[in-house]
Structures are given as C-alpha cells and as structure tokens.
Design a protein around this ligand. Structure first.
Ligand SMILES: Cc1cc2nc3c(=O)[nH]c(=O)nc-3n(C[C@H](O)[C@H](O)[C@H](O)COP(=O)(O)OP(=O)(O)OC[C@H]3O[C@@H](n4cnc5c(N)ncnc54)[C@H](O)[C@@H]3O)c2cc1C
Length: 460
C-alpha cells in the first residue's frame, strides 16, 4: 500500500558552503576541520545535544584500548580530550579510566567548542530526505516542529552513523554481516548511583573484578539472565558513588534503520537493565544500595549502513597493513565485534573469521592499518562525503573503524576534503590528495610520508 504526497514548496532555512549532518565524533571532526579551513559550516543534529554515542550512549571511555600501548590520541580528538578534561575534570577514581570523559560535561564543552570554531549548529534537525540535481545534492530536508525545511550546501558530509544522507541520495550500501545482514547488537546503557566506593577501591579495581567474575560465571552457566550478553563493562566510578556507564543490555537481531526493530530493541534493553540492576544488587555487597539514575536516551549502535564508496576497506588489507596513496588515517590494529547472533562460542580472533561468537582483538603490538580517502567518497554523488562508522568497509573491518577517535579522524579528513573541493571547484573525488595530507599532518594526524606519490588530482 502506498500514499502519494502532494508536492509543496519548502522554505530554504540556510545556505552554507559545508553542511555536516550528525554531531557525533565524526561530525565534530568534520565541522571543526571544515571551519578551520575558513569555510562557512553548518552542523545539523537530530538530538538536543552533541557527542553522538559518547553522550547519547554514555560511551565515555573511548580510547581505553590505547592505554599501555605505543599509541596515543591524535588530532582533534587529542585536543578535545585535553581541553575538556582540563576544564571539567571527570570525577573518576578508577585508575584505568583516567582519560574518560564526563559525558554530561562534554555536552557543554562541545556546545562551546564547536561554536568557538565558527560552526553554526542547529539541533533538533532530523535529516531524512535529499533533493538531487543530477549527480549533486541540491538540498537536504530537515524535519522540524514547523514542518520540513531545506538546507542548501556546496558539499555535504554524512556523519549520521547510519548513512542517512547517502541513503537519501541513492548511494548503494551494505548493512550488517555479509552472510545474513545481521548487525552487532544495540545497547541502551545505564548509570547507577549508590555504589560503595570504599569497598570498590580498597583492594585495586573492584569494578574490574566484578567484570571478570561476571564473565566467568556467565561462561560457567551460573548467570540465569535472559540477555545473551556475557560481559559487563563499567565506566567511571566517582567519589559520590556513581557508576557512569554500564554497557550491558544487548538487543540482538535489530536493524538500526527499521522502526519496528528499533522499538523492540529499546523495550528489550530496558527490561535487561532491570534484570542486571537486580542481579548486581543481590550478588555484590559493594552494590547492594545501588539505584538507577538514568537510562541512555536512545539505543546505541556499533554498526549500521556502510555506504558503497570508491574503495571498500577490507579486513585483508587491514591485516596486510596496506599502504594507499590517499591515506587519511593510520590506526593501531584493533577489532571489537560483538556477536551479531548472540552465539558466544568461537575463537575471538579475526583469523577465525567465522565469527561464530565475537571477535575481540585488542592492541597487542605495533601493527597498524590505514584508511584511504576513497573509502569516504561515495559512488554516484559528486558533492557528498561520508565519515565515521558508515564509511565504505566490510563488516569485520568496520569493527576496527568504529573506534570513536578514528571516526573523528575520518571526520577531520572529510572536512578538509570538502574545503578543498570548494576551493578547487572540483568534485569531492578530485581533490588534491597531497594537499589534504599536508593539512592533516599540520592538524596533528600522523600520516607516513607516501611511498607512492599521488600528485594527480583524480583519484584511482
Ligand atoms: C554500547 C556501545 C559501546 C561502545 N564502546 C566503544 C568504546 O568503548 N570505544 C570506542 O572507541 N567505540 C565504542 N563504540 C562505538 C562508537 O561509539 C561509535 O562507533 C562512534 O560513536 C561512531 O561515531 P559516528 O560519529 O560515526 O556516529 P555516532 O556516534 O552514532 O553519531 C552520529 C550522530 O548523528 C546524529 N544523527 C543520526 N542520524 C541523523 C539524521 N538523520 N539527521 C541528523 N542527525 C542524525 C546522531 O544523533 C548522532 O549524534 C561503542 C558503541 C556502542 C553503541
């Protein structure tokens, strides 16, 4: 069944040079770097605050996996981490969460930081329609309380995590695991108060011990809870007894773009929150007085649509540490794929590949992988770039790409790409790569000097 809408004119709300859709890590990287190139930049965000999964899903300990490795935060992420921690601190007493954000403070920090950098922000601006003129986006349509409004831009950067703009522009995409289309589970994180801080800190990291014990008990069949999640990672513990992030509830088989699935996922996760809340209270003396202070405002996803770009990043390339002439980011080898089908057996390694069960390969040596600019350039559309977890990659590769700080690095590159396309009056696929890499390096991104010179403007 279908209904035909009557055509009607839509007011143009804004005209800008660079339009960034989505105010998560990738969108933040994109809009700040575009503005720092002197481009008139607008950021649209569907929620009432910025930060994406960091603030909306309490994913505060973003770069935890770099601790104790030869790697460090880079570029804009390093700048935000340093400035936000200096300004607001993080009220944390766990030694391994020293670099975590206090995500409520991060919301305020980002409001100020983004505007100080010359970016205009519009919140409550959900983009779900794109107007095309040939191979170019002529306008995106935002849904507002006043009805639809149009925004025109020279270049659009899709940082929605779901590739919503690219989808609207008709760019082909993949979703989920290649063999069955299943994505990693969705999670509604929760915050707890009333933890006994003295007990949890008297002999090392008490919360870390609970994480380990829970996993052992789950695998021994001693945890009789309906959620198939076998892990219970915790975020910060504050002096006031708050546990800022409990990443436990997992709804499996949810398509992040399907409204029926999303509804089921939200409701299912909230039930799991109540289960784990009671379980923790009953099983751990240190948590007997806990109460729920907040459930994350929306179910969060680790993967969703992955757009078809000029280059599809593959796990084989990542494993072979392939160099590209148009590398825009280099990141330590790291994969974290929660089992899409809730099967908890398997060897946990990329080599196993069947990913029966999940893949978790933390950084253990100095291996790195690269991302080429072409993975940010969608096929078919001349003035659109994609950044963050929805870039062109295979499903396992995305489980490494999805790292928050790397998503921000792809955003930084997209912002520069947009600026160069405007300056050179070319399609986003034709920007001068050597210049882009030069700007990235001067913005604190470690890109090795190229073995293969790429002076031509047209990408391969
Ligand atoms: C529970 C959980 C735990 C995780 N743990 C870690 C971790 O420990 N470390 C780590 O590095 N990564 C972790 N991740 C992954 C990480 O959070 C994401 O990969 C990362 O946030 C992706 O950044 P992004 O900017 O691409 O997308 P997102 O963070 O999803 O941001 C997208 C933004 O776009 C907005 N948006 C979406 N659609 C529209 C639209 N149509 N119009 C306007 N705005 C829109 C959203 O509201 C959001 O603000 C975790 C993810 C989850 C869900």
């Amino acid at each position: 069944m279908q209904i035909i809408r009557k055509e009607r004119p839509i007011e143009i709300q804004e005209e800008t040079e660079v339009l960034v859709v989505g105010g998560g890590p990738a969108g933040i990287g994109a809009c700040v770097s575009a503005a720092r190139q002197g481009k008139k930049t607008l950021l649209l965000e569907k929620r009432g605050f910025l930060g994406g999964n960091i603030t909306a899903c309490y994913v505060e300990n973003c770069n935890y996996f770099l601790a104790g490795t030869p790697f460090h935060s880079q570029g804009l992420y390093a700048e935000i981490e340093e400035k936000c921690l200096e300004k607001y601190g993080n009220c944390n007493v766990r030694s391994n969460k020293a670099n975590s954000f206090d995500s409520e403070c991060l919301k305020v920090f980002l409001d100020e930081f983004i505007q100080e950098n010359g970016v205009k922000i519009l919140l409550h601006s959900f983009v779900n329609e794109v107007v095309m003129e040939g191979n170019k986006i002529a306008a995106v349509i935002i849904q507002t309380k006043q009805g639809p409004l149009a925004v025109k831009a020279d270049v659009v950067i899709d940082a929605t995590g779901d590739g919503d703009v690219a989808y609207g522009a008709g760019v082909p995409f993949e979703l989920g695991r290649e063999r069955d289309g299943l994505c990693q589970p969705g999670t509604v994180s929760v915050r707890l108060a009333g933890a006994d801080v003295d007990k949890l800190t008297e002999d090392g990291d008490g919360l870390g011990k609970i994480t380990k014990a829970f996993r052992k008990d789950y695998r021994a069949g001693k945890v009789d809870l309906p959620c198939k999640r076998q892990d219970i990672p915790f975020g910060r513990l504050t002096k006031a007894g708050q546990i800022s992030y409990v990443n436990y509830p997992c709804a499996y088989g949810v398509n992040p773009t399907d409204v029926e699935d999303l509804t089921r996922g939200e409701i299912e996760c909230r039930r799991y929150i109540m289960d784990i809340f009671r379980y923790l209270k009953e099983h751990y003396e240190e948590l007997k007085d806990i109460e729920i202070t907040s459930m994350a405002p929306e179910i969060g996803f680790r993967d969703s649509r992955r757009i078809q770009g000029m280059h599809r990043l593959t796990i084989e390339e990542m494993e072979q540490q392939t160099h590209y002439p148009d590398t825009i980011a280099v990141f330590p080898r790291f994969y974290d794929m929660l089992s899409p089908d809730a099967i908890m057996t398997g060897d946990e390694t990329v080599k196993g590949r069947g990913y029966k069960g999940y893949i978790y390969e933390p950084v253990k040596d100095d291996r790195q992988f690269e991302i080429p600019y072409r993975s940010l350039v969608p096929v078919k559309v001349e003035n659109l770039l994609v950044a963050g977890r929805c870039i062109s990659a295979d499903h396992v590769a995305e489980s490494g790409v999805r790292a928050v700080s790397l998503c921000m690095m792809t955003g930084q590159a997209a912002g520069i790409g947009a600026g160069l396309a405007i300056e050179n009056k070319v399609a986003v696929s034709d920007v001068p790569i050597d210049r882009m890499q030069e700007i990235l390096r001067s913005s604190g991104i470690d890109i090795p000097s190229q073995k293969l010179a790429c002076h031509h403007s047209k990408l391969l």
